[in-house]
Design a protein around this ligand. Structure first.
Ligand code: GDP
Length: 286
């Protein structure tokens, strides 16, 4: 899904999420485990403000497990009502933790309701996240069926539907779609490397330059192994030449085809040919 986020669209998205927040007890903020910061909405803390929240590190199946553990430690601070868990919405791994953690975070609120004589009801939750982070996949997994995703369209007033997840949890059927952080160019590159934004938006060679520089730093051995390199050339053009020549990405005269090389590298990263990668670590934030 590609959404053009103009200021008007952002304001509308924010309004829609804020409206939905009134109906729910807890927010499930979906992020990509490979880029938990770049795949967040920059204003999420302000938008969600005082609601309990679970940060769901989705697509954990594609991320570096060691780095995901570091992110869990980073997000799971004592004494707050924001917690984090790693999940894989496609296979369903980790999803069973969502219900129990939600109950734990809302125990105080529900005990209070009970002591006031309010009849026990299911916990109500809203999934929010940027496009392509896996919101529909998660809703369908939790609901164990395909929920029609009509989204929020202008001029179409649709009654909010609740999707039952067992007896004790209900989800709003339309997730809150929020915009990513655009101001930072590296954020755009990380989103593009994981395939979260369309390749046509950012030049493919630029994405590959970013990705190769990152791999040279963070996963040099995997880069060497994959492309049969003895050493990683320091100059990025030399690196393109080495990979392109190894993999036969050449033009008719025998010169290296940089577009083809870029496409190959990006495709192989997304297909996990270089293994499970995390493109961000908590320590790089400090
Ligand atoms: P939405 O725009 O947030 O609703 O995202 P979608 O649910 O449409 O998912 C975007 C893409 O990510 C789809 O191709 C999904 O199959 C894929 N996806 C979603 N969750 C996972 C996951 O946990 N692991 C993997 N490997 N892929 C996922």
């Amino acid at each position: 899904m590609t959404i053009q986020w103009f200021p008007g669209h952002m304001a509308k998205a924010r309004r829609q999420v804020t409206e939905k927040l009134k109906l729910i007890d807890i927010v499930y903020e979906l992020v990509d485990a490979r880029i938990p910061v770049s795949s967040r909405n920059p204003m999420i803390d302000e938008i969600v403000s005082n609601k309990p929240r679970i940060i769901l590190l989705n697509k954990a199946d594609m991320a570096d497990a060691k780095v995901t553990r570091e992110w869990l430690d980073y997000f799971n601070l004592e004494g707050t009502t924001t917690k984090a868990i790693a999940i894989d919405s496609q296979s369903g791994k980790g999803l069973q933790q969502i219900g129990s953690l939600s109950k734990e975070l809302l125990k105080g609120k529900f005990d209070k309701m009970q002591s006031r004589g309010i009849r026990p009801r299911a916990i109500r939750a809203l999934i929010v996240g940027i496009p392509n982070v896996g919101k529909s996949t998660l809703i369908n997994r939790l609901a164990k069926k395909n929920i029609a995703q009509t989204g929020d369209r202008p001029g179409v007033t649709k009654a909010q539907q609740w999707v039952k997840v067992g007896k004790e949890l209900e989800l709003l059927d339309t997730p809150g779609i929020l915009w990513p952080k655009f101001e930072d160019q590296d954020v755009g590159y990380r989103l593009a490397t994981t395939g979260a934004i369309k390749d046509t938006i950012i030049n493919l060679q630029d994405i590959a330059v970013f990705a190769l520089r990152f791999l040279s730093e963070a996963y040099p051995e995997r880069l060497k192994d994959r492309y049969g390199l003895e050493e990683i050339p320091e100059d990025i053009v030399d690196l393109f030449d080495a990979i392109g020549s190894r993999r036969g990405c050449k033009m008719s005269g025998g010169l290296i085809d940089y577009d083809k090389t870029a496409e190959l590298v990006i495709r192989e990263i997304r297909q996990e040919k270089l293994g499970k990668l995390s493109l961000e670590r908590p320590e790089t934030l400090i």
